[in-house]
Design a protein around this ligand. Structure first.
Ligand SMILES: [Zn+2]
Ligand SMILES: [Zn+2]
Length: 331
């Protein structure tokens, strides 16, 4: 099966060249053609495990809790949120730094452990969000759809299940990334099995910790993944509703300190919509951006390089907008 996929990768045809808008440095995705098929039917095969994962959290009623299980869940939340924000978002979607081809694969694999599908699918959807933010075709927009749809239900349709390879030609040219996208369930399955094994091992070696295989599976996999999923989704939903605007953008993106904590720096969403080319989203020292600090550390040890800074002209614009706000003008 694996060999077949390598030899006969899904033909990404026809792939439009990736365009970069010179003014905003945003990647520009070709617009959907008139009459292009829209398929709003629910993809039940994928939706059932999606809801089952969330329902499985109720298993906590039977397995209880222990400090070690909660700590593992929190740790896995942290390392996988970093994979989503640092790699799926700031690398695969926006190319805000560079790395080797091998490391790119490692980052992609790390990302799939977050159970948010593969890097091509994630980046294609995210680029579409930037190109049509809060417009009619933006599936993430709470201004165009119901809150629940923008937050999570958009994921349930067949149309949104597909990976739009036209939006990610720079990524889909790598067969190993297409493979990760195709077998996006591999890392989550391994993680689930590893959690079960870890709980059983700890129960055997250190019974005083009060954990077990099923308990570690519920906390380390199901609860951690569900919280991670909803926290990520707040950037689609809540961060286009609550917070402040530093920059004038055509969308409703906001900067929100609480969401920045929850998502390791993604809450500076208005900054990011105005200037997505930068590796950092907290543009000032007081805008805590843990993802950026971790990326900076990775660059220091040589795993990644050329982290793109915030261009000087962006700070000039921020000052102009600050003056406008102080004069009472709406952004
Ligand atoms: Zn947004
Ligand atoms: Zn983005």
């Amino acid at each position: 099966m694996w060999n077949n996929a390598l030899r006969n990768p899904a033909p990404p045809s026809p792939i439009a060249p990736l365009a970069i808008d010179s003014e905003t440095e945003k990647t520009v995705q070709p617009k959907a053609k008139d009459g292009e098929e829209h398929d709003g039917r629910i993809h039940w095969v994928r939706v059932i495990p999606f809801f089952a994962m969330q329902l499985a959290c109720l298993g906590v009623i039977w397995v209880g809790w222990s400090w070690v299980a909660v700590a593992v869940a929190a740790l896995l939340y942290f390392v996988r949120m970093f994979a989503v924000t640092g790699f799926y978002h700031r690398y695969f979607s926006h190319k805000t730094f560079k790395t080797s081809r091998l490391m790119q694969f490692v980052l992609g694999m790390w990302g799939t452990s977050a159970v948010q599908r593969g890097p091509l699918w994630w980046a294609a959807h995210h680029r579409a969000h930037h190109n049509h933010s809060d417009e009619e075709t933006d599936v993430h927009s709470p201004h165009q759809h119901s809150f629940l749809w923008s937050h999570m239900l958009w994921i349930t349709t067949r149309e949104n299940y597909r990976t739009n390879l036209n939006a990610v030609p720079d990524l889909s040219k790598f067969p190993e990334l297409r493979l990760l996208d195709k077998y996006d369930f591999m890392m989550p399955t391994l993680l689930g099995v590893a959690m079960l094994g870890l709980g059983m091992l700890l129960n055997y070696l250190f019974p005083e910790l009060g954990t077990s295989g099923p308990q570690m599976l519920i906390w380390g996999f199901f609860i951690s993944t569900t919280v991670l999923f909803h926290a990520t989704c707040t950037i689609n939903s809540l961060s286009h509703l609550f917070g402040n605007k530093r920059f004038r953008t055509k969308d409703q993106s906001r900067n929100n300190v609480w969401l920045a904590f929850l998502t390791l720096g993604e809450g500076w969403h208005n900054n990011h919509h105005y200037y997505p080319a930068s590796a950092r989203q907290g543009f000032y020292w007081y805008e805590i951006d843990i993802t950026y600090y971790m990326l900076w550390l990775m660059a220091r040890v040589g795993l990644i390089w050329e982290l793109k800074p915030v261009a000087a002209r962006i700070y000039v614009k921020a000052e102009e907008f600050r003056k406008e706000r102080s004069e009472g003008k709406e952004l």
